[in-house]
Design a protein around this ligand. Structure first.
Ligand code: GLU
Length: 408
């Protein structure tokens, strides 16, 4: 009774590894949870307070989102992008994932997905019955597509509409896109729009975050939410900024929203106002300081002649390639690691790499962020002693990975 296309889908890899890891833990195994990508930090106190105060909010809110929340998001985005973004350009959803899904459903054209990319873009395009194209990328290009990569694909049929998905800082590579300008030139030339997934933008470690929106604002839908920088993944609140030029897409997503989730949970929307309105820079700086230090620790200790990794630049992932591991598929490789060392990581094949590439994603978030954050300042040097003290499972996980790599 199930459609063929749907029958072939599996549980989303990220959520599945989370459940597998937790079930193994319940059975008494000491699992290092490097699989699921969830912020280790608590939701800021002020935001939690607002949720408590608004628990009584019970009415359905506007389909597009609570006006005051959209206003706060528009101001936050205007400040970040140094551009006037209007309240009406914002649409709020139960996680940006759901809004992306509705965009896939609405969009009439082909989807361009750089490999590697987050696990759900491609299955969403399958469900929405859109044609999708992976674009292979390289470590030396920061794991992002070049102008040429995109143009070669589009030139095969330049009359089509294309939706290019861009995610920086990137899940799974941990890299930041530094060829935005050349990508924007191609986008302006053809019938391409961009979904700029900026969910990790606040967690950019080194430079100030740069968005493709600033290069071609009328062709970019910005996606963001509370899940990563605000530690509130389980609250399920995301939003899109849709340019006036793409109003028809916004209207269509709004219709689909009204026919599916209706509107996002009221207490969550009221609480989210304070996430966007108040200054949380101390919280964000501390989060970044810790993630940068922990990412650097795993990177420095794991990279070798046999393990190639690009240095993490933002977010909370890094993506090693194991040159000395020979399995049929990267899934088999990750299963071997889980079996032998109780370390859960995700195979590169979940992110668009060929099965035989021995690439995987590590989410370096298995530590108590509340405790770590309460003991440091935003400029504390996150050295090995601090990591040993506040992130012992990161140290243990890295050690187990190294042992496993050395035993070929
Ligand atoms: N984005 C997170 C990850 O890649 C988890 C959330 C999700 O995939 O829905 O692990």
């Amino acid at each position: 009774m199930i459609k063929d296309k749907i029958k072939n889908l599996d549980l989303s890899a990220t959520l599945k590894i989370n459940e597998i890891s937790k079930n193994l833990e319940k059975k008494g195994k000491e699992i290092i949870k490097f699989g699921f990508g969830q912020s280790p930090f608590p939701v800021p106190d002020k935001v939690v307070e607002e949720l408590k105060k608004n628990a009584h909010q019970k009415s359905y809110l506007p389909i597009q989102g609570l006006y005051e929340l959209r206003e706060a998001i528009a101001k936050y985005e205007s400040k970040n992008k140094n551009k006037n973004i209007l309240t009406d350009q914002i649409i709020v959803g139960p996680g940006s994932k759901e809004l992306m899904f509705l965009l896939h459903i609405s969009f009439d054209g082909d989807i361009i997905i750089p490999a590697p990319s987050w696990v759900s873009y491609q299955p969403q395009s399958v469900i929405a019955q859109n044609r999708f194209h992976w674009i292979e990328t390289k470590a030396e290009n920061n794991w992002y597509p070049t102008r040429k990569n995109i143009e070669n694909l589009v030139l095969k049929n330049k009359n089509k509409n294309y939706l290019l998905i861009l995610n920086s800082p990137n899940n799974p590579s941990g890299q930041v896109c530094n060829n935005l300008k050349e990508i924007s030139e191609i986008v302006k030339k053809y019938k391409i729009i961009i979904l700029s997934d900026e969910i990790y933008s606040e967690l950019t470690f080194y430079e100030k975050y740069e968005s493709i929106f600033n290069y071609c604002p009328d062709k970019v839908i910005v996606s963001n939410g509370l899940s990563k920088w605000c530690g509130a993944g389980g609250w399920r609140l995301g939003y899109f900024v849709i340019p006036k030029e793409l109003n028809h897409l916004k209207d269509s997503i709004k219709v689909l929203a009204s026919e599916t989730f209706s509107s996002v949970s009221s207490p969550i929307q009221y609480a989210a106002i304070s996430a966007f309105k108040n200054d949380h820079s101390d919280y964000v700086l501390k989060s970044k300081n810790i993630l940068k230090g922990v990412g650097e620790y795993v990177y420095q200790n794991l990279k070798s002649n046999n393990v190639l990794i690009n240095k993490p630049m933002g977010g909370f992932y890094l993506m090693p390639e194991f040159l000395n591991k020979k399995f049929k598929t990267s899934s088999e490789m990750c299963a071997d690691l889980l079996n032998k060392k109780c370390v859960a990581i995700l195979p590169g094949s979940d992110f668009g790499f060929l099965d035989e590439k021995m690439i995987a994603r590590i989410s370096y978030t298995d530590f108590d962020g509340y405790n770590f954050m309460s003991k440091i300042n935003s400029d504390t040097n996150i050295d090995e002693d601090l990591i040993k003290k506040f992130a012992p499972k990161i140290v243990e996980g890295t050690k187990r990975l190294k042992d496993w790599v050395e035993k070929v």
